[in-house]
Write a protein that binds this ligand. Structure first.
Ligand SMILES: [Fe+2]
Length: 477
């Protein structure tokens, strides 16, 4: 009898336990269901840009650029919040231990308030002058309490010497998520690059501080040690967004655009462009002479004619062995239907006349390397050459891709993020285009021939061109 009662009791407990388990499971399921239904748990919230990119009194986004002779000067800019009104840099000859600190000289900064779309910030810049050529310096920036890390830079040699630089086509979109890996791969490939050249459309909206934040952060500490050269693209001319943007491309073109207001705060480029240009364009058209190469930046968005007059003087009086020009819109577009005849008519005769060696461009979100003189005169074969021997390159480093109407060229590419490593050594210029994964995509060498056009040595790798099936050469413009 007692045994039967115990059996009944334990059976009852088991049933109760099962019931409780069932209730708990139902409860958990309901909780999960509620969690999915409840708006506050629907999707994690994005961190607001104003919080994510909030400046403090601590210097950040250090960026080197050249305002003068790269062998004897160096500029650095950075930003803080609005509380820092007096900032400075300290600089010394770099030593292998920390003793340089006691020899560091102080250089006061120029401070400029800037009202960004994310709020007030202060830009600071310092120009280091009277430096020794080919010398490693160490510097930091701050306000006396809050300082950056000590960073290195090396001045350029005052004489022609071998060097390497990196060239990027448009970064523009998804800069943190997609472009930054290209920058990292490029830096890993050419860690001793003398500078990094960006051929316009660095960001999508020139007055978006969040996008500049992504661009600066992608370069990170490298921007504090390797100088940047940049030309402006159409996206550095931000569209007026107070009205809804029209969908019709023809109407969209009519929307007024304003030049990136932070450009001259963020960069310290040479002020040696055409003086007749409006003040705000001065640091968009300039040239730099570095180790036997003249690098010329042009602004393909505005006033090609006054730039042509200035360009002629800069090309005519040029003691450098090599000349490289960069601007955003291509002389020879990578896509049929995106031609820029005004630009070609204004500038290409000068490239021919003065035998510019290399023209580095962007804008078409595809790759094209050609030395062809015009679309109407297209020789076939990889060794065809223009009368001037000028090589024209269009490239893209960001993830936005156009893949229709591929124009003729020696090497073309679609849906491929690229960076270029370019080395100059005496009479030879070696060019390599690499994909975001570091694979060689295109290569050639130019050799100087006294009194003649450059000799071209084709080194295109034996891999297929990546061309979208949608692209055909006979596609109508
Ligand atoms: Fe563009």
């Amino acid at each position: 009898m007692q045994s039967t009662q115990r059996h009944d009791l334990s059976s009852g407990l088991r049933i109760l336990r099962h019931l409780l388990c069932g209730l708990v499971l139902v409860g958990v399921s309901a909780a999960i269901a509620n969690a999915h239904d409840h708006p506050s748990h629907e999707k994690p919230k994005a961190v607001e840009a104003a919080i994510l990119y909030r400046p403090t009194a601590m210097p950040d986004r250090l960026l080197l650029s050249w305002h003068g002779d790269p062998a004897r000067s160096q500029a650095v800019s950075w930003r803080t919040d609005g509380t820092v009104k007096e900032a400075f840099a300290e600089i010394a000859l770099a030593t292998s231990g920390p003793k340089f600190v006691s020899t560091a000289a102080k250089v006061l900064a120029k401070t400029s308030p800037y009202q960004s779309d994310l709020g007030l910030l202060h830009f600071h810049s310092v120009r280091f002058n009277d430096l020794r050529p080919d010398t490693l310096y160490v510097y930091r920036v701050g306000d006396g309490t809050n300082f950056s890390a000590w960073c290195h830079f090396r001045t350029a040699n005052a004489e022609p010497r071998p060097f390497t630089f990196v060239y990027f086509g448009d970064a523009q979109n998804d800069i943190k998520s997609h472009w930054s890996r290209v920058f990292r791969e490029a830096f890993s490939d050419a860690p001793r690059a003398l500078f990094m050249l960006h051929a316009g459309d660095l960001v999508n909206r020139g007055n978006s501080e969040a996008e500049w934040a992504e661009w600066c952060d992608a370069g990170g500490w490298v921007n504090a040690s390797i100088p940047t050269l940049a030309v402006v693209g159409n996206h550095e001319y931000d569209m007026e967004r107070s009205v809804p943007l029209p969908k019709d491309p023809a109407e969209l073109k009519k929307v007024p655009r304003g030049f990136t207001r932070s450009w001259r705060h963020r960069f310290e480029f040479p002020d040696n462009g055409p003086q007749e240009l409006p003040e705000h364009l001065h640091e968009t058209v300039y040239y730099v002479d570095v180790q036997g190469v003249r690098i010329i930046s042009l602004n393909s968005m505005e006033k090609p004619e006054p730039q042509a007059r200035w360009l002629e003087s800069v090309l005519r009086d040029n003691p450098n062995r090599w000349t490289i020009v960069s601007h955003h819109h291509p002389v020879y577009s990578a896509a049929i239907g995106r031609d820029n005849p005004e630009l070609r008519n204004a500038w290409q005769p000068l490239y021919d006349k003065y035998r510019v060696d290399l023209v580095l461009q962007g804008h078409d979100h595809a790759y094209l390397r050609t030395e062809l003189r015009s679309h109407e005169n297209i020789p076939s074969g990889a060794t065809a050459r223009s009368p001037a021997g000028t090589m024209y390159v269009v490239s893209v480093s960001g993830p936005k891709m156009y893949n229709k109407g591929a124009a003729p060229g020696v090497r073309r590419g679609h849906n491929t993020q690229l960076y270029q490593v370019i080395s100059i050594d005496g009479d030879a210029l070696r060019y390599q285009a690499k994909t975001a994964t570091g694979q060689l995509y295109d290569a050639f060498t130019l050799k100087k021939k006294p009194g003649a056009v450059n000799e071209l040595i084709e080194q295109v790798p034996n891999t297929p061109e990546v061309i979208s099936p949608a692209a055909t050469e006979d596609q109508a413009p």
